[in-house]
Design a protein around this ligand. Structure first.
Ligand code: ADP
Ligand code: MG
Length: 613
């Protein structure tokens, strides 16, 4: 037993690091139960000896040569339940199940060899009396470990359990709400073999799971016979289904999905995730040795038949030509439900149990040979892939952004060019095919829209440039016009800013800031700010000034100006013969033309009048 703790020889360590490659052999662990009180009383001899942690020596009572068997781990009669749990490698299976693999632990051996004890501890001492913690089996210990492990995961995990037994070749739901009734086994391509209408219960705590286990154990068929006072008369399968949205990273690269044997949780819904199944096989028995009669004999026959079918499948699986050969999993319900664990995509651990007594030697040798062969059976572990892989978060975000941008660009382009928006029918249909297609489509369309927008922007900039040049020319002409007007009216004295920036504009544009005025109506850059309420300015205005400024304002605002306050003019507003028609100038070019005319006229008039005194 000491060797078990050494780093190199530690079978637990070896199994915990077991290989999950394309082909993984079934892991086999051997447990030798101690001599029972009855066997010792009968004076039976032990014929089994452990040699190291992985080899078992069988010494035939007649003095024949020893036979050695090698397994992943060998646990002798002195091993505790905890030793078995730690050494058998079930935690590795738990980890794999958390990563989405389909894992199976099953006990195998002669009746009374300790299979049920190894998985769930000694039989209950009374109704509702729990197994003492020190005697709890692999199942309870794995439950405790798993629930603890799940609590420390960053992702939320959903757990379900189902529990069934195969009794006389009938499947019975040990968790059914009513009395157990036979359930059919079905097969389909995605799920493989599965039990229809099996109750799958969601649980969230260790206590709840232990209750489910107790419920199943209490309903499971067991009978007393010569070799076992609480002999299981059925094969029992308890399955834990582990599902979570984000698959845990696999230690061996990408996970390949296979939602086989996943029972429906919600009308046809499959929990995509791993599973961990515990199988307690009913033991093979020699009816003569167990003294079974009547119903017991019937049970024994169907147990033996299904175990025979299991043995046959294992033999064929060992055949190197097995790819060509047909494996008769359909021969029994047991082999149907274990098909995936044995020859499919599962990861499997077999705990072979044997009695050390010389009386049981033939069955023990048969079990050992069987277990040795099982070690050579390989599976191709694969983890299920979620039904539809979600796109990565960044792609989703990018898609949303592109959709938004696309909408925005479409509306912009729609305003500028109504023909530009809208996809062609064929492209739209293509885009709908899938998310990635849509993303690509949006990117292409956005690229196209961006280009068009850029072209439109550059032609708009060009127009703006031309407009700016024209506006500059207009301003220059305005300035020259105003100077000419002033010279004509007042002589060469410095002009009042209010003349250059007609006060009427202040009425016309109200309290608007100069920046809000039409370009051509803005004061020249060199003019001081105008004060519309300035009484001094108003008083100083002459009638001719008013006429000039009003006409100019009319021209610049393209409207006929009606003063909002009693104005200065005494004569008719349209008295100016020079600038009439200015309000009708439709655009800058025409206004420019009009201004040129005005200036020419003013200058001509200026020349024809005598210079001011
Ligand atoms: P099986 O399921 O293989 O038919 P059981 O698990 O029911 O056998 O065990 C038969 C009897 O032997 C039970 O009374 C059980 O308590 C006892 N037993 C089995 N294994 C051990 C062990 N390792 N230590 C102590 N008692 C054991
Ligand atoms: Mg049993």
């Amino acid at each position: 037993m000491e060797e078990r703790g050494s780093p190199d020889g530690d079978p637990a360590r070896n199994l915990e690091q077991g290989p999950e490659g394309p082909e993984t052999p079934i892991q086999v662990v051997l447990r030798v139960r101690p001599m029972s009180a009855a066997e010792l009383r009968r004076g039976e001899q032990s014929v089994l000896h452990c040699s190291g942690t992985r080899t078992l020596q069988v010494s035939p009572p007649g003095g024949g040569p020893d036979v050695a068997f090698r397994f992943g781990a060998v646990l002798d009669g002195a091993s505790t339940q905890d030793d078995v749990f730690r050494a058998c490698g079930v935690r590795r299976l738990g980890e794999l199940a958390l990563r989405g693999f389909s894992c199976t632990v099953f006990t195998f051996g002669q009746t009374g060899s300790g299979k049920t004890y190894t998985l769930t501890g000694p039989p209950p001492q009374g109704e509702g009396v729990p197994v003492p913690p020190s005697l709890a089996g692999i199942m309870q210990r794995t439950f405790t470990w798993l629930l603890d492990r799940v609590q420390h995961l960053d992702v939320p995990v959903t757990l379900h359990a189902s529990y069934l037994e195969i009794y006389n070749e009938q499947i019975r739901d040990l968790l059914s709400l009513g009395a157990p009734r036979p359930l059919p086994v079905r097969w389909n391509k995605t799920r493989g073999f599965y039990v229809e209408q099996l109750r799958v219960v969601e649980f969230g705590s260790l206590g709840a799971l232990m209750e489910l286990l107790q419920m199943g154990l209490s309903r499971r068929r067991s009978s007393a016979h010569t070799l076992n006072q609480a002999s299981s008369r059925s094969h029992a399968l308890l399955t834990l289904y582990i599902s979570h949205q984000t698959p845990l990273p696999s230690p061996h690269g990408a996970l390949i999905l296979q939602p086989q044997q996943m029972p429906p949780v919600d009308a046809g819904e499959l929990p995509a995730g791993g599973k961990l199944c515990f199988v307690d096989l009913a033991g093979s028995e020699k009816v003569v040795a167990t003294g079974s009669r009547g119903e017991l004999m019937l049970e024994a026959n169907s147990i033996n038949r299904s175990l025979l079918a299991l043995g046959h499948c294992i033999s064929l699986l060992l055949d190197p030509q097995r790819k060509q050969s047909h494996i008769p999993f359909r021969d029994s319900k047991l082999t149907k439900l274990l098909a995936d664990s044995l020859g499919g995509h599962g990861v499997t651990l077999m705990v072979a149990c044997v009695s050390p007594s010389a009386q049981c030697l033939p069955e023990t040798l048969s079990t050992l040979r069987y277990a040795s062969r099982a070690q050579r059976v390989t599976t191709r572990p694969q983890a299920p892939r979620p039904p539809k892989a979600k796109p990565p978060q960044h792609l989703e975000t990018e898609l949303l952004q592109l959709q938004e941008e696309n909408l925005h660009l479409r509306s912009q382009l729609g305003q500028m060019d109504p023909k530009a928006s809208g996809l062609s029918g064929a492209r739209a249909a293509w885009a709908q095919r899938n998310l990635y297609g849509m993303l690509q489509e949006f990117m292409l369309e956005n690229e196209r829209l961006r280009k068009e927008k850029k072209q439109l922007q550059s032609s708009r900039d060009l127009a703006h440039g031309e407009q700016r040049i024209l506006a500059q020319q207009v301003r220059e002409l305005e300035r020259r016009l105003l100077s000419a007007c002033y010279l004509q009216q007042s002589g060469p004295a410095p002009p009042c800013p209010c003349v250059m920036v007609p006060p009427l504009l202040c009425h016309v544009f109200g309290s608007k800031a100069p920046g809000d005025w039409p370009l051509s109506a803005r004061p020249p850059p060199w003019a001081p700010p105008c004060c519309p309420s300035s009484a001094k300015c108003s008083r100083e205005r002459s009638r001719s000034e008013w006429t000039q400024t009003q006409v100019l304002a009319e021209m610049l605002t393209k409207e006929k100006v009606m003063p909002s306050a009693p104005p200065l003019p005494a004569g008719p507003l349209n008295a100016s013969p020079v600038l009439r028609g200015g309000a009708a100038v439709p655009n800058l070019a025409r206004r420019l033309e009009a201004l040129r005319d005005q200036i020419g006229t003013s200058l001509r008039r200026g020349r024809s009048q005598p210079p001011p005194r």
